[in-house]
Write a protein that binds this ligand. Structure first.
Ligand SMILES: NC(=O)c1ccc[n+]([C@@H]2O[C@H](COP(=O)([O-])OP(=O)(O)OC[C@H]3O[C@@H](n4cnc5c(N)ncnc54)[C@H](OP(=O)(O)O)[C@@H]3O)[C@@H](O)[C@H]2O)c1
Length: 271
C-alpha cells in the first residue's frame, strides 16, 4: 500500500489511455488500468512500475457489460484503494448508418462511451466529495462540437453529451465549493489505434498531417486543464480553430462543410 494518489484510467490498453497512465505515473501517481485486453494492461503495468516506481492495479473489464462498473469498483475496494482521478477514456467508432447497424451494436456503443463513464462519475463522486478532492477527465471529441453527419451516427451525440455533462459536473462541484474538477477533453485527429479499430485508417491517412496530433500533447493538455479547473479543453491550435469555426459559422454552412469533410473519415458501411 502506498500514500500516492490513484488515477483510474479506462481504455488504458492503447492510445490516449496508455499515455494518460504514463503521464500520471510520471507525476508520482499510482494508476489503476482497465480495458478488455489483459496482456496489454499487464505489459503496460510492468513498464510503468519499473520506470516510475509507482504502484499499478490491472482490472480487466468489458465496459459493454452491465455490471462492469460495479466490478471495477469492487476490485478497487478489495485492493483497499480509492480513486482520486478518473479518466473516462475508453472508446471507439462504430462505422455504418443507423439503418445498417444492429440495436445491439448501438446499445453497446452507448453503454461504453456514455452510460459507463457517467455511472463511474456518479459512483465515485460521493467518495471524492467526502475527501474533498477529485479530478475527472471525460475524453470527448472535437466531433462533439461539430454538426452531426451521416455515418458513425451516435459518435457526435455521445461526445456532445459528454461535453455538456462535464460542464454540469464542473458547475455543481463549484457551487458546492468542493475541490473537484471535471474536464471534457476534446481531441481532433490523434495518432492512436482508433482508426485501425474502426477500419478507417486508409481514409484517415488521406487527411493532411497538420490536422493530426500525437497522443502526448493531447494528454498533457487534458491533465493540465483538469488541474487548473477548466471545464472544456480543446488541445492544439488547429483543433481550437475548428472548434471556434463551429461556433461562428451559420448552421446550414457548418452542416454542409461537415457533410463534405466527414465523407473523408466516416464509413457508411459497417462491414
Ligand atoms: N484518436 C482520435 O483521433 C480521437 C479523436 C477524438 C477523440 N478520441 C477519443 O479518445 C478516446 C481514446 O481513443 P484512442 O484514440 O486512444 O483509441 P484506441 O487507441 O483504439 O484505444 C481505445 C481504448 O478503448 C478501450 N475499449 C474499447 N472498447 C472497450 C470496451 N468495450 N470495454 C473496455 N475498454 C474498451 C480499448 O481497450 P480494449 O480493446 O483492450 O478493451 C483501448 O484501450 C476515445 O474515447 C475516442 O473516442 C480519439
Amino acid at each position: 500500500m502506498t500514500n500516492n494518489r490513484l488515477a483510474l484510467i479506462t481504455g488504458a490498453s492503447a492510445g490516449l489511455g496508455a499515455e494518460f497512465a504514463r503521464q500520471y505515473a510520471e507525476k508520482g501517481w499510482d494508476v489503476a488500468l482497465t480495458a478488455r485486453r489483459a496482456d496489454r494492461l499487464d505489459k503496460l503495468a510492468r513498464e510503468i512500475e519499473e520506470k516510475y516506481k509507482v504502484a499499478t492495479l490491472v482490472i480487466t473489464q468489458d465496459l459493454a457489460l452491465q455490471k462492469s462498473v460495479d466490478s471495477i469498483l469492487h476490485e478497487l475496494k478489495e485492493a483497499g484503494r480509492h480513486v482520486d482521478a478518473l479518466v473516462n477514456n475508453a472508446g471507439y467508432g462504430l462505422p455504418g448508418t443507423f439503418f445498417n447497424t444492429s440495436w445491439k451494436e448501438q446499445a453497446q456503443f452507448i453503454r461504453v462511451l456514455y452510460t459507463a463513464p457517467i455511472e463511474l462519475v456518479h459512483k465515485l463522486l460521493p467518495g471524492m466529495a467526502e475527501r474533498n478532492f477529485g479530478r475527472i477527465i471525460n475524453v470527448a471529441s472535437l466531433a462533439g462540437y461539430a454538426p452531426g453527419t451521416g455515418g458513425h451516427t451516435l459518435y457526435a451525440s455521445v461526445k456532445a453529451g459528454l461535453i455538456k455533462f462535464s460542464e454540469s459536473i464542473h458547475a455543481e462541484a463549484k457551487d458546492a465549493e468542493l475541490d473537484i474538477h471535471c474536464t471534457a477533453l476534446c481531441p481532433g485527429f490523434t495518432f492512436t489505434e482508433f482508426h485501425d479499430v474502426n477500419g478507417t485508417r486508409d481514409m484517415a491517412n488521406e487527411s493532411p498531417k497538420w490536422m493530426w496530433m500525437e497522443a502526448g500533447p493531447v494528454v498533457e493538455a487534458g491533465i493540465d486543464g483538469v488541474t487548473r479547473g477548466h471545464p472544456v479543453v480543446v488541445p492544439g491550435a488547429v483543433n481550437k480553430g475548428v472548434a471556434t469555426l463551429t461556433r461562428i459559422l451559420p448552421e446550414p454552412l457548418g452542416r454542409e462543410l461537415m457533410k463534405r469533410q466527414s465523407k473523408r473519415f466516416r464509413k457508411m458501411e459497417n462491414d
